[in-house]
Design a binder for this molecule. Structure first.
Ligand code: BTN
Length: 255
């Protein structure tokens, strides 16, 4: 275990690097459940996760030492439970901010919180909240970003990495510093109550927004157009003049 710091920031001020761990999210969850004292903004980064987790009980596969796999501990006690999707938005925008600086246009947020470059997934976010009463006591923000990996397992379809797109290697710690700084900025924007701006940015960067595309729901494939997101984070789809609302996993994007 190595202890570092990104100075001037609270996100990453306490940065712990592990060689091998099951999952950085699980590591932080365990630490919190044992009341281990950890600063707000603590970052746990791993060279290798042997049981990395994705959304909806999927696994997160990542070649050791080539990508970013890390989790951030935040105390968003200012956020009521029913506003938890706002945190997803702020984090998704922050990752998008950093990637846009490197890639330029073509970086999107695929609802609810995947990061896409053009039509391929480059990163994913898994936020696990620990609720106390009506407030979020802790949020564990897990982020996986494909950086220098160029070969992906056959079961991983539709994925890419920064290196595949830009044909250059990235310094992982440098990139992590940029991400921590962007997350801190967007998190503070959320905390200051600038939700309107966050909502606008999220919608502006939303993958396939306003375009006719194919989606699978209720066992059928239909054409429709994403027209927005509700306050609690449901996807709003217009199909044949009807408006439909979907929770995560109730709808699939058909590429
Ligand atoms: C998804 O796209 O399904 C979310 C992927 C989240 C992966 C990251 S890697 C670091 C952190 N630890 C985990 O076990 N998962 C998240």
């Amino acid at each position: 275990m190595q202890n570092n710091t990104f100075s001037g920031l609270f996100v990453g001020h306490n940065l712990i690097t592990l060689k091998d761990v099951d999952s950085t999210n699980t590591f932080l969850k365990d630490a919190v459940s044992k009341s281990t004292p950890l600063m707000d903004g603590t970052v746990i980064m791993a060279d290798r996760q042997f049981a990395g987790r994705g959304q909806s009980a999927n696994s997160w596969q990542s070649e050791a030492g080539k990508n970013l796999t890390f989790s951030i501990l935040l105390n968003p006690s200012f956020l009521p439970v029913e506003s938890q999707f706002d945190l997803n938005k702020a984090i998704s925008i922050a990752l998008n901010d950093v990637l846009r600086n490197h890639v330029g246009p073509g970086v999107y947020i695929k609802w609810p919180n995947d990061i896409y470059i053009n039509t391929k997934k480059v990163g994913g976010i898994l936020i696990e909240n620990i609720i106390q009463g009506t407030k979020i006591k802790y949020a564990i923000i897990g982020i996986g970003l494909n950086v220098n990996q160029v070969n992906f397992a056959d079961n991983l379809k539709n994925v890419t990495s920064l290196k595949q797109v830009l044909h250059q290697d990235y310094h992982l710690m440098g990139l992590l510093g940029e991400i921590c700084s962007a997350i801190e900025a967007r998190y503070l924007q959320l905390k200051s109550g600038s939700l309107k701006k966050i909502n606008e940015e999220y919608l502006n960067r939303l993958y396939l927004k306003g375009e006719i595309a194919s989606f699978k729901f209720n066992g059928r494939i239909e054409k429709g157009k994403i027209i927005g997101i509700t306050e609690i984070g449901q996807l709003i789809l217009e199909t044949e003049g009807q408006i439909k609302y979907f929770n995560n996993k109730e709808i699939e994007f058909i590429n």
